[in-house]
Write a protein that binds this ligand. Structure first.
Ligand code: ARG
Length: 461
């Protein structure tokens, strides 16, 4: 039976229906180079333990190099009869090194410890790549914040006008969750720094192989402490999927705002032509497809996490074939983010902000009412009364179709003797924003500090 790793005790090959179900090369082939790196390290461990002579080791390493070259340039690909990446590569090795030498490499390892190691290696590489793409997005948001350092927009709660804020403050508010996602990736990387190689099928190996030698060669700082855990756990894969889902959600929340800002009703932004799409029937359309795809793909990222967790739930120790289902969801999440993030960053970097429109809307909807109440507090009116007085002022303005600053002196006085005309000094959006100068507040000085703190936090990751 060509390629099968387990023919000895079987009367014949697998039924074609089983072979078709069992096959994983269509997705696990992307682990091929990791598999070969693992094989190189394993060959060294076998040699160190006396199972390969120096001569055999160099023959094996040369054969693995040749195999890798053939994989990289596409001369060697999985055959119809190869079950998975491991069987395909063993077939390839034997084709190059012959059955005598090629057949020795499998000693002391199992596909179970191999696959558990390879997926960690792949995830570690993509954690780096995704992290770099997230930093690009943070930089793009930071650059927009810096380019519009004085712009003021309506800050919202419940999507209603609440209090004016700096646009920069709002944009930086989208950066911090991304910074925490980066920190999550780094923190995940600490837990993923343990190599399962040497765990064997589940119970360890009898050959006295030096697992730390393998770990070092593969760039891991440590070896797993428990061979059952090493082969059967996939919490690290699930955690990685969670981080990608969280990233998706963080992008989606910004995406939703960009979609709103881009409507005629808001008119806060214009999308660059290169980062927006047209309609096949309506010639006037310019659509925020990148933002919509980000919002949509966050559902897919959450689905991948939910699917993986569901596969793991109730799975007994140790390895079960169910675990083969760990790969497609997380591979898909990686691909999704690595395609989405550069497009999203391009959209953000090229957004035009209409700061006049934002500033015009910022004081509307009585968004300066809190400033009035706090002005009264500074004049030693109890906040409870200040809230009441300001509420009456808002009601008056609403009833008379006025903005707060346009309520006449006499009306102010009629509402409360505390409401002198000087109150109008705080009824400007610049005054309002500047006065929120506590740590983390929207005052320009604080936002400038915040930006510096953000840059620092990313630098020290
Ligand atoms: N292809 C399997 C996986 O992805 C690894 C092979 C383990 N197979 C087995 N029958 N023990 O999980």
């Amino acid at each position: 039976e060509a390629g099968a790793l387990w023919g000895g005790r079987f009367a014949g090959g697998p039924a074609p229906e089983l072979a078709r179900l069992s096959k994983s090369t269509q997705f696990d082939w992307q682990l091929a180079e990791y598999d070969i790196r693992g094989s190189r390290a394993h060959a060294r461990a076998l040699a160190a333990a006396g199972y390969l002579s120096e001569h055999e080791l160099s023959g094996m390493l040369a054969a693995l190099d040749a195999l890798e070259a053939a994989v990289v340039d596409g001369r060697f690909t999985p055959a119809e009869t190869d079950e998975d990446v491991h069987s395909a590569l063993e077939r390839g090795l034997i084709e190059i090194a012959g059955p005598e030498l090629g057949g020795k490499l499998r000693a002391g390892r199992s596909r179970n410890d191999q696959i558990a190691t390879l997926i960690r290696m792949l995830l570690r590489d993509h954690a780096q790549q995704i992290g770099a793409l997230v930093i690009d997005l943070i930089d793009a948001l930071g650059a927009q914040a810096e380019a519009h350092a004085d712009a003021i927009m309506p800050g919202r709660t419940h999507l209603q006008h609440a209090q004016p804020v700096l646009l920069a403050h709002h944009l930086l508010a989208h950066c911090w969750p991304l910074v925490r996602d980066l920190e999550r990736l780094v923190d995940w990387g600490r837990r993923a720094d343990f190599s399962p190689y040497g765990s064997g099928a589940l119970a360890g190996n009898t050959l006295g192989l030096d697992a730390s030698l393998v770990a070092t060669h593969l760039g891991f700082g440590h070896v797993v402490e428990n061979s059952i855990d090493g082969t059967a756990s996939r919490d690290l894969t699930a955690e990685f999927a969670y981080i990608t889902a969280q990233l998706g959600i963080d992008l989606s929340r910004l995406a939703e705002e960009i979609i709103l800002w881009n409507t005629r009703e808001f008119g806060f932004v214009t999308l660059d032509d290169a980062y927006s799409t047209g309609s096949s029937i309506m010639p006037q359309k310019k659509n925020p497809d990148i933002a919509e795809l980000a919002r949509g793909k966050s559902g897919r990222l959450i689905g991948n996490l939910a699917g993986l967790l569901t596969t793991l739930k109730g799975l007994p120790l140790a390895y079960n074939r169910d675990l083969q289902e760990d790969k497609e969801p997380v591979f898909d999440s990686i691909e999704t983010l690595e395609v989405l993030l550069p497009a999203f960053t391009g959209m953000v970097a090229t957004l035009t902000f209409h700061t006049d429109r934002m500033a015009e809307l910022a004081p509307q909807g009585f968004s300066l009412a809190t400033d009035v109440a706090e002005w009264l507090v500074k004049r030693h009116v109890a906040f409870r009364d200040a809230h009441e007085i300001t509420g009456s002022l808002v009601k008056y303005a609403e009833d008379h179709d006025l903005e707060l600053q346009d309520v006449p002196d006499a009306a102010l006085h009629a509402i409360s003797a505390h409401l002198t005309p000087e109150v109008r000094e705080v009824l400007t959006i610049t005054g309002s924003v500047a006065s929120r100068d506590g740590h983390g507040g929207t005052a320009p000085v604080r936002v400038a500090e915040q930006r510096a703190a953000l840059v620092d936090r990313v630098r020290t990751l």
